[in-house]
Write a protein that binds this ligand. Sequence first.
Ligand code: MG
Length: 166
Amino acid sequence: MIRIGHGYDVHRLTAERKLVLGGVEIPYRLGLLGHSDADVLLHAICDAVLGALGAGDIGKHFPDTDLAYKGISSLKLLREVMALADGQGYAIGNLDATIIAQRPKLAPYIRAMVENIAVACRADPERINVKATTTEELGFEGRGEGISAHAVVLLQRPDLGEQPSL
Ligand code: MG
């Protein structure tokens, strides 16, 4: 049994906020604005997992009107989303995500992001892929107004193999 989900998220860049991507704090003069830590990559991944489960989206599970989620680490949200998947017997088959940001350079932080995601998902890091791209200065990401992220996840339920034919 396999299920596929897609997630997409955008957050605005602003002064006086930390930039947190994949649970890694990245030194930069701007950070992402949001109710939680605004980790746009982890939000896209949470939405991909919820999508695969047919369980709605991150806003439904963690409303931004709920003070419990103010400033919360999105790694905690991802762990909660994965607990839902686990409850239905699903684990990460593989996960692929793309961060779209003109600045700062993210390559030095990708490995640490992958490790954080693997731990939160209780998955082998080999099953997790994170990449980053610019937009050649086009669009809101290219102008440095915000950062977006896409994620695609394949969940699999290992306990159900091939059904024996009757
Ligand atoms: Mg978000």
